[in-house]
Design a protein around this ligand. Sequence first.
Ligand code: 8YV
Length: 315
Amino acid sequence: MTKPHILQVGPYPEWDQGPLDAAYTVHRWWEAADKDAFLAEVGPKIDAIATRGDLGASEAMIAACPKLKMISVFGVGYDSVHLASCKARGIRVSNTPDVLTEDVADLAVAMLLSLVRKMGPAEAWVRSGDWAAKGVPPLTRKVSGTRAGILGLGRIGTAIARRLQGFGMEIAYSARGPKPGAEGWTFVPDAVALAERSDHLFVALAATAETRHIVNARVLQALGPDGTVINISRAANVDEAALLDALEGRRIAGAALDVFEGEPNLNPRFLTAPNVLLQPHHGSGTVDTRKAMGKLMRDNLSAHFAGQPLLTPVA
Ligand code: 8YV
């Protein structure tokens, strides 16, 4: 029996690559020197696409694969998959939710603490000899007992809120509507009102056309000079130019970011902006979680080719 043809958009860890190569004829798009020519050659053979949350599958890529029936995303975010094309052609799409929720929420809280308690500058203070030469570093700000605003109370937003309760923080959130099970947390209808009542604003939204730049100049002004932004979702949810202006103008206290427009090539202004914590989109980046994501990505592919329902369908 011939093996199905898979278009693989980006590299996976070896523990995933081996099983994929064993089960499918894998065409490695990211290794192609001329990607258009590569797609023109292999596209007609492709039965499924294996991609990642950060890479997706463009409209052109999908159009180049007339036999395509399924896209399996290694990641919870599928905003980079051209869903309109998938819906128009009945192409099934899966992602890898739940298995990464805890890791992403853990990193969001770690980023908050590191940013506000200035752990990066404090380590530089030790390493540079300033501790011996100048004494204790500048004082920072307390995190426990402050006010958290969660933009998007989905799986990850909820996990962040539960962690922050342990710090005695007052939790408010903005979503399409009040969430069942969020008793004790305050629902706030829009981002500006949420920012007005928050010290630390967590961006935990799925990226959609409606959420694009939801964190804008007005939200940042409402957050104020003692406020911070923590983004572990997608860069598209934040107006980066407005954020950089607010950081450089010290109109907010700081930002902790795991995602960037154009990543991994971020806006160079971030490299010199004051009080910004930069992380390389590794919210889900632990061995345990990436193994679970890879297995779920592969299990969705297997279910598809076995004619079974997808384990975690999005479309
Ligand atoms: C990506 C993510 O999958 O889950 C997501 O949507 O953004 C990440 O976990 C990451 O790009 C892995 O390569």
